[in-house]
Design a protein around this ligand. Sequence first.
Ligand SMILES: [Zn+2]
Length: 282
Amino acid sequence: MAWFKKARKPISAPEKASRVPEGLWVKCPSCGRAIYNKELAANLQVCPKCSHHFRMSATDRLRMLFDDGAYTEHDPGLRSIDPLHFTDTKPYKDRLAAAKRAGGSRDAVILGSGALDAVPVVVAAMEYAFIGGSMGVVVGEKITRAIERALEARLPVVIVCCSGGARVMEGARSLMQMAKIAGALARLDRARLPYIAVLTDPTTGGVTASFAMLGDLNIAEPKAQIGFAGPRVIEQTIRQKLPKGFQRSEFLLEHGMLDAVVDRRELRDFLANILTFTGPDR
Ligand SMILES: [Zn+2]
């Protein structure tokens, strides 16, 4: 019976890059080295051997940026509803509940205010683990509130972007957030308050098309994927092979889309320097 049957290898799932699996050891997807989890955490989730930047959670990011890891969280209670009763492979409501259970945060951005090297600042850090860091109504509202809070207190704003783009499950409402945040940023600009965008891997879609690229300074972590549409879609549209390193931080820096590429271990000092330099007169 089985004579003519071809023993097929099952299709293996692509290796997930930049995900930190549970356990004591993590294998670096870039150099293959096994890294002790605690060592990785102490090194701000950067591979000590090859400097591969693993993805960082929003809370770790805020802890890393603020002095002594201390900050005040704002609007933690806002959570998404399901206005369109959207269902794809599973209902959006279930997806929201699962995301909350998995990561603990209520949506894909966490706001904090505090001091960064003694400079008071408002920081919004995006959480990729929450439905791909996608921007729905809550993300838009929280970021807008962060900017408005900064406006009121005359503080600079830092947004750490990490997102797959707008949240399809909220349709046009998620797209409206692009304009809403851009409007708030324009007011911040008129008030002559600085906004620094920090782009991390990945920053794509509607987030890139709005606030991620509107910083007074747009800086990125090394080798982060930054773009609007994915490279495969672009290749199919323009029917051309894309150059090597396309949509990576270094490529974008070279082509004038970014102001700097900064290693995560130097990011705090870099931001402190800029904020001191550009900070509002008090
Ligand atoms: Zn490595």
